[in-house]
Design a protein around this ligand. Structure first.
Ligand SMILES: O=C(O)C1=C[C@@H](OP(=O)(O)O)[C@@H](O)[C@H](O)C1
Ligand SMILES: C=C(OP(=O)(O)O)C(=O)O
Length: 430
């Protein structure tokens, strides 16, 4: 399905932020790793959430759900043998479940999205799991992959954090269940470091004890621990809301988004400060962000690694700012659903934006007068490219058509419904 985005000058109204993708995947996983029955309130309904549900069900968890909650009876340390797992296009789900699969004699992960997740590298986690005595057959570090484990060793484990924080998160989820104690050392840099805060928070809520160094580069994890069954409440999602807030920032607007906790551990909470730094009129109180946009923005320089899943939306806002913006420390955007630097900038340029790339930077020469639009955009299977190009389309001279925009459902199936409710002219077409 394609999406036609017609320029829209004004947006107004109130929405409830959707539920957090990253907390939903984590709560599903720790509930499966517990032996009793856990409840997750307000889980995210998205393809990635569904991918994690499917995997834990295939591994033996009992999953029952209605509109507002999921009730899960976990398998603890003993997943049931599953021949094949399908993680859809969800990187975090694949990486987290790889370590759980290592508890089984043989599990194969299929390659359902050869053009997206199928291109993403998992070598750093493969190397770490191999050092724990697990055998992995893989396609040059990519899917499809067969994991042959059983009883992985703990002890001293090293993992590179250069490409993704998900490899470390994955090891942090499984090591508490091992017979031995473990020590994890992160090699090189740790990208998306803030996300590890979410992993540690969820592990603690699940009753797991982990000692982490202040710089998050070293961990001590006692073995033979048990995950406790709990009730979890999923908070609102900042990365998805970042796109709504950016849309409000580039238009004349009065937009209110509820359920965005000020003290959230989501790094993308920083997008509120990014927009403020770009002189967007907004307030953030009692979990409510209100943008009263006047369409005027000022350029700025930002460390994108602090709000990795919010960068594309902020870049889209910067397309209309006065001056040149720089988003640095973003190399790992190249290893996401598409190359979120080269592929994304190619689409922005088609729409008329003036952007440049470096290996680890996005530079935006703002065009406050707006861009031409009137083009067809390739979504590159990437929900965040779809959301970001929509923002650009709202402020184009002519409508843009986003091909295969249904991939927005990876994280935010109701993105266009929310925008429509705010007055945006967005229409699905075959
Ligand atoms: O742990 C997680 O749930 C995630 C970590 C981040 O990935 P990287 O660590 O690969 O940057 C983020 O981009 C992704 O959407 C979800
Ligand atoms: C990169 C993302 O997800 P994942 O790595 O889990 O596929 C994302 O949601 O933007």
């Amino acid at each position: 399905m394609d999406m036609i985005v017609t320029p829209t000058r004004k947006l107004s109204g109130e929405i409830q932020a959707l539920s957090s993708k990253n907390y939903t995947t984590r709560y599903l996983l720790v509930s499966a790793l517990a032996e009793g029955t856990s409840t997750i309130l307000y889980p995210a309904h998205s393809e990635d959430g569904e991918a994690m549900r499917r995997c834990i069900r295939d591994l033996g968890a009992i999953v029952e759900e209605d509109e507002t909650k999921i009730v899960i009876t976990g398998f603890g340390r003993h997943p049931q043998p599953a021949k094949e797992l399908n993680v859809g296009n969800a990187g975090a789900v694949l990486r987290f479940v790889m370590s759980v699969a290592a508890l089984l004699p043989e599990v194969r992960f299929v390659n359902a999205y050869p053009e997206s997740l199928g291109k993403r590298p998992h070598d750093d986690l493969i190397v770490a799991l191999e050092s724990m005595g697990v055998t992995i057959e893989h396609n040059n570090g990519r899917l499809p992959m067969t994991i042959k484990g059983g009883n992985p060793r703990g002890g001293k484990i090293q993992v590179s954090g250069n490409v993704s924080s998900q490899f470390l998160s994955s090891l942090l989820f499984v090591t508490p269940l091992l017979d031995e104690d473990s020590e994890i050392e992160v090699l090189h840099d740790l990208k998306s470091k803030v996300v590890i805060g979410q992993t540690l928070e969820v592990l603690q809520q699940a009753g797991i004890v982990i000692e982490a160094s202040d710089d998050l580069m070293r961990y001590r994890i006692p073995g033979k621990q048990k995950y406790k069954a709990q009730t979890y409440t999923v908070q609102g999602d900042y990365p998805g809301s970042a796109a709504i807030l950016a849309a409000a920032a580039v238009t004349e607007s009065d937009v209110v988004v509820h359920r965005l906790m000020e003290n959230s551990k989501q790094g993308e909470r920083a997008v509120v400060d990014v927009l403020k730094a770009m002189n967007v009129p907004l307030t953030h109180e009692n979990g409510i962000v209100r943008v009263k946009g006047n369409g005027k923005l000022t350029a700025g320089e930002f460390d994108g690694d602090e709000f990795t899943d919010g960068v594309l939306a902020m870049v889209a806002a910067a397309v209309f700012a006065e001056g040149t913006s720089r988003f640095y420390n973003v190399e790992n955007l190249r290893y996401k659903e598409c190359d979120r630097i080269t592929d994304y900038l190619a689409e922005l340029r088609k729409a008329g934006a003036n952007v440049e790339e470096k290996r680890d930077e996005i530079i935006v020469h703002g065009r406050p007068e707006g861009v031409e639009g009137g083009v067809e955009i390739d979504a590159h299977f990437d929900h965040r490219v779809i959301m970001a190009l929509t923002i650009v389309g709202l402020r184009s001279a002519a409508p843009i058509r986003i091909k295969d925009a249904h991939h927005v459902a990876k994280s935010y199936p109701i993105y266009f419904d929310h925008l429509k409710a705010l007055g945006a002219q967005v229409e699905w077409t075959e």
